[in-house]
Ligand binder design. Structure first.
Ligand code: SAM
Ligand code: SF4
Ligand code: SF4
Length: 336
């Protein structure tokens, strides 16, 4: 297979596919309700890639070295018949792993169809088990209970190991971290705490709202003793720790305080068919337009390869509060 590398010799391995820019939540750190209000202009139906188009681009990316696909958004489950996309993606030979990141609100009903279509695993975002804290963080859109029902349905369907993502914001939910850790530990879910990032331009990010990964681990360790696990593959983003009593593991994604750009192998495909080489990219390259204008697979592969081979992104390594205020693409648009 072609070995495609970027300017820092990083191979292309992962494709994160955003299937919609819409979401049923309004998390303050991602799609704050005052910006993403009722009149906000989301992408129009015709602008969004059809499942066949996504599958075609994914197949071409796999031909260039991609082995992992992750479905994200916006909220992927607000897009209708998502299991049909999963079934199409599963048919691509060479894909080693298909996963999805979801807020879990609509997962209870969809878990089994997704599993049947070939989805391997899900990551559910749940920032706190405290209902008031959770509602405050998701823009007053949802209680904890339906998300827990979604997690249980995913577990029953065999979308395992279940991973839970929690963004930590100082003074907002950091006092509930230990409860969430205990809950995940007791249920055998792998919890990943994520440092609050300056994605997009609309979440009013400030460095003092970030709880550094080191502090997160110290606070969990004080209640539930931990030991470090060495990373197990190139490009792994989470720093992993295991409970000393053998009760599973927990991780931290320290994109702010310990950036991992050096091994970043991820390419992002937005809902409207642009590719972005970094979560913090300023612009993307449309593959939808050439595709709809009749480009062949080879021509599209050349476009993919051209974008990756020029890639120099290392945003998290050079971040400051000033760069954080720069114009960047919004997270709901290209996926986390
Ligand atoms: N809606 C789905 C969900 O919430 O899981 C998928 C898309 S969401 C953009 C993907 C992940 O990005 C979620 O786990 C979310 O918590 C995380 N995320 C969003 N904004 C973030 C921020 N400012 N800092 C850190 N993580 C963030
Ligand atoms: Fe929606 Fe996920 Fe962003 Fe929250 S983090 S607003 S659930 S896309
Ligand atoms: Fe990859 Fe960009 Fe994140 Fe660095 S900042 S790890 S290059 S997505």
């Amino acid at each position: 297979m072609t070995s495609l590398i970027d300017q820092f010799r990083r191979p292309l391995r992962d494709l994160r596919i955003s299937v919609t820019d819409r979401c049923n939540f309004r998390c303050s750190y991602c799609m704050p309700a005052d910006v993403f209000h009722d009149e906000f202009k989301f992408l129009h139906h015709d602008q969004i890639l059809r499942y066949e188009e996504i599958t075609r681009l994914a197949r071409i990316a796999v031909g260039l070295g991609v082995v992992k696909l992750r479905i994200t958004g916006g909220e992927p489950l607000v897009r209708r018949d998502l299991d049909q996309l999963i079934a199409q993606l599963t048919s691509i030979s060479g894909v080693e792993d298909i996963a999805m990141t979801t807020n879990g609100f609509l997962l209870e009903k969809m878990a089994q169809p997704l599993k049947d279509a070939g989805l391997a695993r899900v990551t559910i975002s749940l920032d706190s088990l405290d209902n008031d804290v959770f509602r405050r963080m998701n823009g007053d859109k949802a209680d904890v209970a339906p998300v827990l029902a979604g997690i249980r349905a995913a577990e029953q369907a065999g979308l395992t190991p279940i991973k839970v993502n929690a963004v930590v914001q100082r003074g907002v939910n950091d006092h509930t971290m230990v409860d969430l850790a205990r809950f995940c530990k007791d249920n055998g879910y792998v919890l990943r705490f994520i440092e609050f990032m300056d994605v997009g331009t609309r979440n009013g990010w400030k460095l003092d709202q970030v709880v550094p990964a080191k502090e997160i681990i110290e606070r969990i360790d004080a209640a539930l003793p931990l030991e470090r696990v060495e990373g197990n593959y190139y490009g792994e983003v989470a720093e992993r720790h295991r409970y000393r009593d053998g009760g599973g593991e927990i991780g931290v994604i320290a994109s702010v305080t310990q950036p991992f750009c050096g091994t970043c192998t991820r390419l992002r495909l937005s809902a409207d068919g642009r590719i972005y080489t970094c979560l913090f990219a300023l612009r993307g390259t449309s593959l939808r337009d050439p595709m709809r204008a009749g480009a062949t697979d080879d021509e599209l592969a050349t476009l993919f390869a051209g974008v990756w081979s020029k890639r120099k992104d290392r945003y998290s390594e050079i971040r400051t509060e000033e760069t954080a205020a720069n114009k960047k693409i919004e997270m709901n648009y290209i996926g986390g």
